[in-house]
Design a protein around this ligand. Structure first.
Ligand code: SF4
Length: 368
């Protein structure tokens, strides 16, 4: 990753520090940009009278705003870099700092992939659910990558990206429309700040007019979640490398097989640790308590465990048979192999207990 091509918009932060006459500021920086954190601290301290404390714990999202511990240290303002505000209040004044990347990859390589995905979407819209369609035929026609009935109303191309590339979306929408696609930049719910934005735990801009997707960004974190959530074909264009590719349904099937294996493993589990995330944007206490009640209903035992960071060394030793995670949904999906005991999502627990049906299609654990 070429860090020199990132634009860190610190001016607004410095103005706010000066106008508030803040003396102690906490800086929170995502993992991929921590190498440049000291440089940013120098710039803020040179341009203002404030001292800067780096909140050096891992930070993976705006769900993870530093809060009361920094207040106890006397911090007056939190500068949170590289993520956008979501529908939470950490209780601390917070300035969100945009980071943009200036790479603009060519679209020629992605067009054949998008055309093949458009025909998949067209085949889904072409099939109509008739009243006398039996279940087997309905499955054959509408089964998407995650095994749901997904009748589409249209086959638009949904254009989405990770936050540092969102400024590209209007220009790419125009280019893709010029190449013959009907393009929409979806607007999601309150957890998402910008049109076209996706998070690893929220793809709420999806709707039945979108038949396939193009993601502008790198890595497979957002793409895996997007396909698990929507079941729709997804093309990938990486602004860092210029590479065009697609998320293979084979990859998604492997993940689903692993999830199903874990559901089978907890079939006979009697005791569960129910993880509650302490980070402001991951805290789902009500869901955790509901899971405890569901377990009780089925004669099982659930222990509520609250943590800031979830990791194997912090939970594996508890004498329970399995864990249910209500903190960041991606801990169970992406990291479960790191844990000695089965680690499942609330939906997966409900499938194991017979409260929900796997046959109705995989339900991604979204935080609204
Ligand atoms: S909850 Fe997880 S996926 Fe969602 S923003 Fe936080 S770190 Fe990302």
């Amino acid at each position: 990753m070429d860090l020199d091509r990132h634009d860190f918009q610190l001016d607004e932060l410095v103005q706010r520090i000066k106008s508030n006459d803040n003396r102690l500021v906490a800086l929170q920086v995502p993992e991929g940009l921590k190498m440049q954190a000291l440089e940013m601290m120098d710039k803020i301290e040179d341009d203002s009278d404030a001292k800067v404390i780096l909140a050096a714990d891992p930070c993976y999202g705006a769900c993870d705003l530093v809060h009361d511990k920094m207040r106890a240290m006397g911090v007056e303002l939190v500068a949170h870099m590289g993520h956008s505000q979501m529908n939470i209040d950490s209780g601390m004044p917070t300035q969100f700092i945009s980071v943009t990347y200036d790479g603009e990859p060519e679209i020629e390589g992605i067009l054949p992939i998008l055309r093949s995905h458009l025909s998949i979407a067209q085949s889904r819209i072409g099939a109509k659910i008739s009243a006398d369609l039996n279940e087997e035929d309905a499955h054959r026609i509408f089964l998407d990558a995650v095994g749901r009935f997904s009748p589409l109303k249209a086959t638009k191309l949904g254009l989405v990206g990770s936050i540092q590339h969102l400024h590209l979306l209007p220009k790419y929408k125009e280019m893709l429309e010029g190449a013959g696609f009907e393009v929409v930049i979806p607007t999601g719910g309150d957890r998402l700040t910008f049109p076209g934005q996706v998070l690893g735990c929220n793809y709420s801009g999806d709707n039945d007019e979108i038949g396939h997707y193009l993601f502008l960004g790198s890595g497979d974190f957002h793409p895996i979640g997007l396909v698990l959530h929507t079941g729709k074909p997804l093309a990938l264009l990486d602004p860092y490398t210029g590479d065009s590719s697609e998320m293979s349904f084979g990859r998604i099937e492997r993940i689903l097989r692993q999830r199903f294996g874990l559901i089978m493993e907890i079939d006979n589990a009697k005791t569960f640790g129910i993880l509650i995330g302490e980070k402001p944007g991951q805290m789902r206490r009500n869901l955790a308590i509901r899971m405890k009640r569901v377990l009780e209903k089925h004669g099982r035992k659930g222990y509520l465990l609250a943590l800031d960071h979830v990791s194997p060394d912090l939970i594996d030793f508890y004498p329970v048979d399995a864990f249910v995670n209500t903190a960041c949904p991606r801990i169970a999906i992406d990291d479960s192999v790191r844990y000695d005991k089965p680690l499942v999502t609330p939906y997966e627990l409900e499938v194991a207990l017979g409260e929900k049906k796997w046959e109705n299609g995989y339900q991604f654990d979204e935080i609204p």
